[in-house]
Design a protein around this ligand. Structure first.
Ligand code: PLP
Length: 394
């Protein structure tokens, strides 16, 4: 049987990680992989997570199964974090999932179950895993314009023109904040126009919220998601705790199905439970429990919010430093967008041969589409990156 298996395409980011690991050069810089790193290049366990885990170790008396949807206290805490009263609690069905990826996967399956003819509209570009999972599930996919390669901002007119092609029942996948891979985001006025378009077309929004707290702040980063949930008849939200709680390997995520019609919540919840049962049965609990403890204990919550804010401000500072260095060395404002982008990533808009040159000649590793992970930089490496970029003559 195994001889029938085909080789799968290599994951470009994993390949880049491997090349970086094998590069013996001292001054190499890894701007590839999408995990947060502090100034020492470490992805730390957050203080509140350590403390919650310590408490859990002392108090947890069983590892028995929790429930197919996970712990209801986790749902409540996450619904409050993401939606903060934008809709009533009884308008939301929820299921714990293995990370944000699990939430996306379950959402796509739910869409396919509810409407086999639904098409999913994805931004150009988007997180590559969106595309591969949608394709794997055999769901029809349509691309909408998103990133303007010239201005490195959102091509809003192009996006709205492409959304004109929506049919009733289609789904539009949107990044709630900190768009990956570009770093370019809609403002709230533009979000409202997207909402109006979706409602006029009878299409459904699906929001992927993987970086709440990494852009403009915990509430600011959820503002668009809250607006959408409050304004559309139905909304799917796939949220991840991997980045903002730093619990990547614990696989902590949640899928929410919001309905203006409360009568639909029970059946949605039942289907989320069914999907969990088919795919992995009980979702992971450890990360979800730690997140719940942090969100519901005022001291732990403050500790977490303070550290998250420090992380966010650190990334903003690096953005400003990089934009400033590039401005100084190039004598132009062409890289000013780096300071405008939000989240961990920016797409610099460099041609593939320049990206390759930076890797070969300078040991600077970024994804082939010139996406950089800003958190891979520190105050010392920013000038080196800026100089290397300007030296390529772009
Ligand atoms: N969505 C986006 C846009 C992401 O960038 C990521 C992680 O890189 C995820 C979802 C899901 O992450 P995880 O499954 O690790 O929670």
């Amino acid at each position: 049987m195994f001889e029938n298996l085909k080789t799968q395409p290599v994951d470009k980011i994993m390949q880049l990680m491997q090349m970086h690991r094998e590069d013996p050069r001292e001054g190499k810089i890894d701007l590839g992989v999408g995990v947060y790193k502090n100034a020492k290049g470490v992805t730390p366990v957050m203080k509140a997570v350590k403390e919650a885990e310590r408490q859990l170790l002392e108090t947890q008396e069983t590892k028995a199964y929790v429930g197919l949807l996970g712990d209801p206290a986790y749902h409540d805490a996450m619904i409050d974090l993401v939606l903060k009263g934008a809709v009533a609690r009884d308008q939301v069905a929820a299921a714990a999932t293995p990370g944000g990826t699990g939430a996306c996967r379950q959402a796509f399956e739910l869409i396919r179950m509810a409407n086999p003819n639904a098409r999913i509209f994805t931004s150009n570009p988007t997180w590559p895993n969106h595309l591969s999972i949608i394709d794997y599930l055999g769901i029809e996919r349509v691309t909408y314009r998103y990133f303007d390669e010239e201005t490195r901002a959102v091509d809003f007119d192009g996006m709205m023109a492409d959304l004109d092609g929506l049919k009733a029942g289609d789904v539009v996948l949107l990044h709630g904040c900190c768009h990956n891979p570009t770093g370019a985001n809609l403002n709230l006025t533009e979000w409202q126009q997207v909402i109006d378009k979706l409602n006029a077309k009878g299409a459904l929004p699906m929001i992927d919220l993987a970086y709440q707290g990494f852009g403009d702040g915990l509430n600011e980063d959820a503002a668009a998601t809250r607006l959408v949930a409050a304004s559309c008849p139905e909304t799917l939200i796939a949220a991840s705790c991997s980045k903002n709680f730093g619990v990547y390997r614990e696989r902590t995520g949640i899928l929410m199905g919001v309905s203006a019609d409360k009568g639909k919540v029970a059946v949605t919840q039942e289907n989320l439970s069914f999907l969990n049962r088919q795919n992995y049965s009980f979702p992971p609990d450890h990360g979800a429990r730690v997140v719940t403890m942090i969100l519901t204990d005022p001291a732990l919550r403050k500790m977490w919010e303070d550290e998250l804010e420090e992380t966010r401000l650190g990334m903003l500072k690096l953005r400003e430093q990089l934009a400033g260095e590039l401005q100084k060395l190039s004598g132009s404002d062409q890289f000013g967008f780096v300071a405008q982008h939000r989240g961990m990533f920016s797409r610099l808009g460099l041609p593939a041969d320049v990206v390759e040159k930076l890797r070969v000649e300078n040991g600077i590793y970024m994804v082939g589409d010139s996406r950089i992970n800003v958190a891979g930089l520190n105050a010392e490496t920013v000038p080196a990156l800026a100089k290397a970029i300007v030296d390529t003559g772009v």
